[in-house]
Design a protein around this ligand. Structure first.
Ligand code: NAD
Ligand code: ZN
Length: 363
């Protein structure tokens, strides 16, 4: 039986690349990489949750291609996206004899992809890197589009670069080992794509919620491919986030980041905070008369069916509001929101009255 596979092209001129999405296709990483150009050395960067079996399978596939292969496994978790870990990888690369022909292969979630990509962007003024995302969030979002970076102690993702990977290989079978809460958190970003860009995808998610929760192979491949296609199209038109178009991907994130920060470190997963943020965003859009209550309800119901939180934790609305003003994406304290005007379509709304924003936090 031939296994289902989908290819999504990210069209960026000389920086174009393919996203290959399949099931049980980790063994194809080696041939895929050697097809992309001459390579003599690959360094697999992963974390210790993903190392076995996934990163080891990738390393074996690469070794089968007559390459020198090294594997570096880091501590899992957001604190790994730090300058200290970047330093240890830079130094590690020197020790491994890496040079400009080395390819870095990131196997893991968004933390591994962002850090390994940042190291690839900076080591020897830039080496090639390949993404093998293994969390749902990374498969539908962070591995596509070339944003790489690390956190500062006081601000997430504050230091980084744009570096497109030479390719992305998604093996949806790797999700079998992803913890349930992480998986559901990734589904929040999937719902986000439906709300901001594609009402048909939203309908499909509503109709197939049970299959999604059961991680059905065919459904996963189809949904991941659609999300990658939507993101690829945005990235193609606004690679460096200069026109404002790429900002639509921040839907739910202005509220979400504030809630994430105020809830205390590590309390909420990113997708959980984004789910709450999307609920606030529809409430705000409804309050401003941009949408009817049906959009708010359908989004809330879908998030709830997918096991995502739809109620804000008990936080002081004033504090949430202040945290939003401090957000990196606010401009000099002025708040901009991505708000839907119907399912599948959003617009950037600027200079809202603080009273409206506070009101939806207190609901
Ligand atoms: N670059 C971008 O465009 C972009 C976009 C969105 C998010 N991000 C970043 O992505 C990060 C979040 O990504 P994430 O949610 O993947 O977090 P993560 O990388 O921390 O992964 C979540 C957890 O799942 C584990 N894991 C991953 N794949 C697994 C698997 N197949 N089996 C078992 N365990 C597995 C990890 O070890 C970790 O414990 C954040 O740092 C965020 O800033 C970047
Ligand atoms: Zn997000």
């Amino acid at each position: 039986m031939t296994k289902p596979i989908q290819t999504v092209r990210v069209e960026l001129g000389p920086r174009s690349y393919n996203i290959e999405i399949g099931i049980g296709n980790l063994a194809e990483v080696g041939p895929l990489l050697t097809d992309l150009g001459p390579v003599s050395h690959a360094v697999v960067v992963t974390d210790t949750n993903v190392e076995r079996p996934h990163a080891v399978a990738v390393a074996e596939s690469l070794a089968g291609e007559d390459l020198a292969v090294d594997l570096v496994a880091m501590e899992p978790g957001e604190p790994t996206k730090s300058i200290d870990m970047a330093m240890s990888l830079w130094e590690g690369l020197v020790e491994l004899g890496a040079d400009r022909k080395t390819v870095i292969v990131a196997v893991g979630g968004g933390v591994v992809g962002d850090l390994a990509g940042f190291v690839a962007a900076t080591f020897a003024r830039g080496v090639r890197f390949l993404q093998v995302p293994t969390s749902l969030l990374a498969q539908v979002d962070s591995s596509v589009g070339g944003k790489v970076g690390i956190n500062l102690p006081q601000a997430k993702n504050m230091v980084g670069a744009f570096l497109q990977p030479v390719g992305v290989l998604v093996d949806a079978a790797t999700l079998a080992t992803l913890p349930e809460r992480e998986y559901r958190s990734g589904l929040a970003e999937v719902v986000k794509y439906g709300v901001i860009l594609d009402a048909v995808l939203f309908d499909q998610l509503e109709a197939n919620a049970a299959g999604l929760l059961a991680r059905q192979d065919d459904l996963l491949i189809d949904v991941i491919a659609q999300c990658c296609r939507l993101k690829a199209d945005i990235v193609r038109r606004d690679e460096h986030e200069t026109t404002g178009l790429r900002a639509v991907l921040n839907y739910g994130h202005t509220f979400g980041h504030a809630v994430e920060t105020l809830s205390g470190y590590g309390e909420l997963l990113h997708g959980e905070a984004v789910a709450m943020g999307m609920v606030c965003a529809t409430r705000l859009a409804e309050r401003l008369g941009r949408i009817g209550p049906d959009v708010t309800r359908r989004q809330r119901d879908l998030l709830a069916v997918l096991g995502l939180p739809i109620e804000l934790p008990p936080l002081d609305p004033d504090q949430v509001f202040q945290a939003m003003q401090r957000d990196k994406k606010s401009q000099h304290g002025r708040l901009h929101f991505v708000l839907p005007d119907r399912l599948g379509h959003v617009a950037l709304v600027s200079d809202l009255a603080p009273a409206d924003v506070r009101a939806v936090l207190g609901e």
